[in-house]
Design a protein around this ligand. Structure first.
Ligand code: GDP
Ligand code: PGA
Ligand code: MN
Length: 579
């Protein structure tokens, strides 16, 4: 009898024949393996030891300065039919893409070790989980994948049982931006990534598998793979509602997932449980509700801005056994970034810190840490069946126009709210920062197929027997005339979540407006917040002329997905525009 592993072993041999490594290492995911790799990287300079007294088990990695973020312009979806990739993706024919990549991979691992990383996205025993194998020549990728996924022997067992896995091939190559491509072959469950060591480009389980490939699979299999955090909100009566929220990269997912209730709420008994901070896989359960798992096992979070004020939970999580990438260091060798007390002496490039050179930590500097270290890590995060979702939230960085919170009238209106999402670009991807762009469901860089088909797939969940979550839209980033954020955000966002839950439980009336349901007077609890009444009014204000222009722009944007735009979505846009 031939083993299901034969196809894996054959693929590994084929890759080795092409890349010609000096050695092949099958990763078992053990502590000993992790420690040995860390030692080796300390010797090679790939890792720098941080202050072990203040930060035990913490290391710093400095990437190539040209390799600090995702590269959307070099990321491709290679479907047989170009139309299937949609205008939302860059496309190359599978044959051309394979030829291009295989030429780059030819002999690229000479003199290096090739690591074979079996991993499982999601709890090992969950029917919702999916496995993959990443082949890489980067030990940095191995130690990050070990933290971010369930990697090693248990995953290999599951692959042997199922026979099906996503094949990911990665090499850091020469780190030349001219020779850097991230290619996805969703029809072949294959990823090829060359020339970058950065998280989203190189940790293939994350954005490449769990979003681009998984979204493609989810469409045909009847589930959703989304760029969403998952958070449990426990009220003083001990009931927990799970909320899934989609915000673009660097727009607040990790922060909301680890929220600490503000003063007053804590004393009253509100608790917040972290299930996931970036990716959510969900599908309808037998009772018609949507059940979600977090496919990841760790956090790859944005460091700058993480502070005792904004996210004390994250600070506790990363106090030990954490890999920091592109942060600055202090005189006593502690990691440092903008938002922390203390002073940097060495910047992210390893130069003596000089404010004239810009921020000390790179704006997209990151921490990689096991989710188990998070004080609010939910016991349900390991539940094979996932958690039932009560509310879905969309949101982005909108300095004007978009109110603090609004609720969709029904599922189709909610799908429109998600499709119409806009947000200012951030340092999480290369390119200009602060430019407003449409980013439907925060999936613009991650949807592995045509957005028109994707919207149709979302609409298809509204069917007989479904008990769908309510859909909301939030905006923590509206700015006042002084250019400052009007809403305090962070822990105070619980006040907005509380209103959503009251809506879910039928305990808040809300007020109908043409663009959705807003909190009625007095429904947002603001005691102890010191928010001037005018500011609240401004945060919930609807500028009719501004919204007419916005709805016109949304209509034009949706048109760009014709002929695959579902008519239902256009009707929805027209209904709102005419309201
Ligand atoms: P993610 O990439 O979506 O997980 O985003 P993060 O949670 O890491 O946040 C990215 C940046 O947005 C950080 O600089 C945060 O400090 C900032 N941020 C997060 N939540 C809020 C909020 O509620 N209000 C404001 N003003 N900034 C926030
Ligand atoms: P994030 O993206 O900002 O959504 O955490 C991670 C990445 O760019 O790889
Ligand atoms: Mn994040």
């Amino acid at each position: 009898m031939t083993s299901k592993l034969d196809s894996l072993e054959r693929w590994v041999q084929d890759v080795a024949a092409m890349t010609r490594p000096a050695a092949i290492h099958w990763c078992d995911g053990s502590d000993a393996e992790y420690r040995a790799l860390a030692q080796q990287m300390l010797q090679s300079g790939d890792l720098i030891e941080l202050n072990q007294e203040t930060h035990p088990g913490c290391y710093l990695h400095r990437s190539n300065p040209s390799d600090v973020a995702r590269v959307e312009h070099l990321t491709f979806v290679c479907t047989k039919d170009e139309a299937d990739a949609g205008p939302n993706n860059h496309w190359m024919s599978p044959a051309d893409a394979h030829a291009k990549m295989d030429a780059l991979f030819d002999g690229c691992m000479e003199g290096r070790t090739m690591y074979v990383i079996p991993y499982c996205m999601g709890p090992i025993d969950s029917p919702l989980s999916r496995c993959g194998v990443e082949i890489t020549d980067s030990p940095y990728v191995v130690i990050n994948m070990r933290t971010m996924t369930r990697m090693g022997a248990a995953a290999l067992d599951r692959i042997e049982r199922e026979g099906r896995f996503v094949k990911g091939l990665h090499s850091t190559g020469e780190l030349d931006p001219e020779r850097r491509f991230i290619m996805h072959f969703p029809e072949e469950l294959t990823i090829k990534s060359y020339g970058s060591g950065y998280g989203g480009n190189a940790l293939l389980g994350k954005k490449c598998h769990a979003l681009r490939i998984a979204s493609f699979q989810a469409r045909t299999e009847g589930w959703l793979a989304e760029h969403m955090l998952i958070v449990g909100i426990e009220n003083p009566q001990g009931q927990t509602h799970y909320v899934a929220a989609a915000f673009p990269s660097a727009c607040g997912k990790t922060n909301l997932a680890m929220l600490i209730p503000p003063e007053g709420y804590r004393e009253d008994g509100w608790k917040v449980w972290t299930v996931g901070d970036d990716i959510c896989w969900m599908r309808p359960g037998e009772d018609g509700r949507l059940y979600a798992i977090n496919p990841e096992a760790g956090f790859f979070g944005v460091a700058p801005g993480t502070s005792t004020n904004s996210n004390p939970n994250a600070l506790t999580t990363i106090a030990r056994d954490t890999i920091f990438t592109n942060v600055a260091v202090t005189a006593d060798n502690q990691p440092w970034w903008e938002g922390l007390p203390g002073t940097p002496v060495t910047d992210w490039l390893g130069r003596p810190y000089d404010p004239a050179n810009g921020p000390a930590a790179h704006p997209n500097s990151r921490f990689t840490v096991s989710a188990k270290q998070c004080p609010t890590w939910s016991a349900k995060a390991e539940d094979a069946q996932g958690v039932p979702i009560s509310a879905i939230v969309f949101g982005g960085r909108r300095p004007s126009l978009v109110p603090l919170v609004m609720e969709a009238r029904d599922w189709a209106h909610g799908v429109l709210m998600g499709a119409a999402m806009g947000s200012e670009t951030t340092a999480a991807a290369t390119g200009a920062v602060g430019v407003l762009r449409r980013d439907s469901m925060a999936m613009k860089p991650f949807c592995g197929y045509h957005y028109g088909d994707y919207f149709k797939h979302w609409l298809s969940f509204d069917k007989a027997g479904a008990k769908l979550p309510k859909i909301f839209h939030v905006n923590w980033f509206r700015k006042g005339k002084d250019g400052k954020f009007m809403w305090p955000g962070f822990g105070e966002n619980l006040r907005v979540l509380e209103w959503m839950i009251a809506r879910v439980e039928g305990k808040a009336r809300g007020t109908e407006t043409p663009i959705g349901i807003l909190p009625a007077n007095g429904e947002l609890k603001l005691d102890g917040l010191n928010l001037p009444r005018e500011t609240l009014a401004e945060l919930l204000h609807i500028d009719t002329a501004g919204w007419q222009a916005e709805l016109h722009a949304i209509g034009e944007y949706l048109d760009s997905f014709n002929p695959r735009l579902p008519a239902r979505l256009l009707q929805e846009q027209q209904r709102v525009a005419q309201a």
